[in-house]
Design a protein around this ligand. Structure first.
Ligand code: ELW
Length: 348
């Protein structure tokens, strides 16, 4: 179903439309919403590539035809960006507008509706925009804005490891995204450098990949059994309460973000220099990996990681608290001064 959200449209709208066109569009939107109400009563099962019409203000740059938006017909794959346990990510181009975006293609039996429903609860400039979702044969394809700076994980691989100021710079933006998620009771569950995307100039970071996410209960606790299929994130970044199968909260994302901090500073995931997989027993029984904080780190940066790697989620800093500490640490180190692509630094 090609259902390009209004927000998606605003995210990729071309030049601002004239007022007359805006009024026409609002009239169309009211009509579409009336019709949508009627349809929602009709369409119980959504047959492939049919049913719900595109959103009221269809994305200006993604043009479904008769509700179809198929690879090789309405859009073309330009290049392969990344593969993962979830499926594949491509750069695609709309055949009628030439607009480029990213597309994540997920086998239907691995797709979780939370990937879209969690995103839909959010509205932050720190989160990658979703343009729409299409079911095509045995796949679901999620279209999103293309981030030409690639992923933070790619930057770490290319750099060896990141300078402290740049690690803090990205950590602060990821914690801003987590603050937003947690304020809306969304748990990401797979915070790591692979799921942080960068603008081309490396100045902006965006959280992506809600494939493991879930909506927390009113008590702020996870509502799904800890061994829920597809809910496993990345073992090296898992919080102790997650590996122990205890009801987790948004604090699990804070732990993961500090594992990502160690990844940025050392050029390798935590635990992996000292232990082999499976790591879950080590994560549960060993002290937090604060011995992996580089000795060259500013004491304030070390405090950030210690506050986020508290094994007790109740004692662990909240995303907002940790973000304030990161800002202080960034100030202490003189702000962001290192170049995006500096000299290669051997991983620790
Ligand atoms: C809004 N939305 C929709 C689907 C979503 O859950 C995802 C994802 C995902 C997973 C892995 N990788 C990427 N990924 N996307 C891009 C891009 N948009 O440019 C990208 C670019 C890379 F270089 C590497 C991986 C990338 C995106 C989600 O969050």
């Amino acid at each position: 179903v090609a259902n390009f959200s209004a927000r998606g449209a605003s995210a990729c709208r071309g030049e601002g439309p004239g007022r007359r066109r805006t009024r026409r569009r609002h009239k169309k939107r009211r009509k579409w919403e009336r019709r949508r109400g009627e349809r929602e009563r009709e369409c119980s099962s959504i047959p492939e590539q049919e049913s719900c019409p595109p959103a009221p203000i269809q994305a200006q740059n993604l043009k479904p035809v008769n509700y179809e938006y198929k690879e090789g017909h309405e859009y073309t794959v330009c290049s392969h960006i990344q593969n993962g346990a979830f499926g594949e990510v491509y750069c695609v181009k709309d055949n009628s507008t030439g607009f480029q975006c990213a597309a994540k293609r997920i086998p239907l039996d691995r797709f979780r509706s939370e990937e879209v429903s969690s995103w839909s609860a959010l509205n932050s400039s720190r989160i990658v925009q979703l343009y729409g979702a299409v079911r095509e044969d045995a796949f679901v394809t999620l279209f999103m804005e293309l981030k030409k700076g690639g992923s933070l994980a790619q930057l770490i691989r290319e750099s060896g490891r990141l300078p402290q100021d740049r690690a803090l710079f990205y950590q602060e933006q990821v914690l801003e995204a987590l603050e937003h998620l947690h304020s809306r009771r969304v748990l990401h569950r797979d915070v790591k450098a692979d799921n942080v995307l960068l603008s081309q100039d490396g100045e902006k970071a965006f959280l992506c990949d809600f494939g493991h996410s879930e909506k927390l209960g009113l008590n702020g606790k996870s509502q799904v059994p800890p061994t829920g299929a597809g809910l496993q994130g990345t073992e090296t970044h898992m919080a102790p309460e997650v590996v122990l199968g205890e009801g987790c909260s948004s604090q699990a994302d804070v732990w993961s973000s500090c594992c990502m901090m160690l990844h940025m500073l050392n050029g390798c995931h935590p635990w992996t220099r000292y232990y082999t997989h499976p790591l879950c027993l080590k994560i549960a029984n060993e002290p937090p990996p604060i011995k992996e904080i580089p000795a060259t780190c500013n004491p304030c940066t070390a405090d950030v990681i210690k506050m986020g790697l508290e094994k007790d989620p109740i004692k662990r800093a909240l995303a907002a608290e940790l973000r304030a500490k990161v800002k202080e640490a960034l100030k202490q180190v003189g702000g962001l001064r290192s170049p995006l692509k500096g000299p290669y630094q051997e991983p620790a």
